[in-house]
Design a binder for this molecule. Structure first.
Ligand code: SAM
Length: 249
């Protein structure tokens, strides 16, 4: 369910739809998205909304029929192309509900391309509700005006992730034992953050043995895993140049 906007809305409501959009298309929404438009936002036929589909960009659409269970929309002109997504993955050991929801929301807002949950020896959360995390990604993308969704991979064990690591992708490994300062450089990249209990010595050695791994320090304090992830993403985005682009460009 999308975030409840301020009332009255200062800009048009935005909604992700999981189908390819095109000018002139007529779209039927059923269930929660229809209820959101008709009941939560109280939009009537003739009202305009913005739609994005993670494929073709963002479109203006007009409500033709608004009901709690079903809404019909006519798709108008394209407002924006799909955004270029920074080629940054975030690999993180799953943490408790609440903190992981926050992490997924903020990583999406910051423009991360893909989230990869990684199971390490000290990971204490063994079950992940990917549907809930996906809903947080959609909600964050709607709210922050992204036209692309952050991808979400199935959880994988750390050794399997390291075993087939892509040759061209730098792996910035946040190591509380120390490393260099994080600077993006060029090319595809990933950030790896450990669980609240940290990495074991064997895991740390296996990661450091990977030729693409670059141990990085996030300062003299031990950060919680979610804080460490956000700090590292911010450093990478700023040094990669993402932060010199206006949101309205
Ligand atoms: N239990 C570990 C300890 O006491 O050494 C701390 C783990 S920390 C809560 C969780 C993860 O955040 C770490 O595995 C690391 O990836 C990252 N992290 C936290 N602080 C960091 C720092 N100052 N530099 C680099 N990485 C850090």
């Amino acid at each position: 369910m999308p975030a409840t906007p301020a009332w009255p809305p200062s800009s048009l409501p935005r909604l992700f739809v999981d189908q390819a959009l095109a000018e002139g298309a007529v779209l039927t929404l059923e269930g929660p998205p229809a209820n959101y438009l008709a009941n939560v936002l109280r939009l009537a036929p003739g009202a305009q909304v913005k739609l994005f589909d993670d494929r073709t960009g963002e479109w203006l659409a007009e409500i033709a029929e608004a009901g709690r269970k079903r809404a019909t929309l006519a798709v108008g002109r394209r407002l924006r192309d799909r955004e270029p997504v920074p080629d940054l993955w975030l690999l993180f050991a799953p943490i408790k509900r609440g903190r992981i929801d926050w992490l997924v929301e903020k990583a999406t807002e910051l423009g991360v391309g893909r989230l990869v949950p990684v199971i390490t020896r000290r990971t204490i959360v063994d079950r992940l509700n990917l549907d809930r995390l996906r809903a947080h990604i959609v909600e964050a993308a709607e709210q922050c005006e992204r036209t692309a969704l952050t991808g979400l991979a199935e959880p994988r064990k750390l050794d399997s992730v390291l075993a087939d690591w892509p040759a061209e992708r730098t792996l910035f490994f946040a190591d509380e034992n120390g490393g260099e300062a994080l600077s993006a450089g060029s090319g595809p990249a990933a950030i790896l953050i450990g669980p609240e209990g940290g990495f074991t010595d064997e895991e740390r050695a296996a990661i450091r043995a990977l030729p693409q791994a670059r141990p990085v320090s996030l300062g003299p304090r031990i950060l919680r895993a979610d804080t460490a992830a956000l700090a590292a993403i911010a450093l990478w985005m700023a040094s990669a140049g993402d932060w010199s682009t206006s949101s309205r460009a």
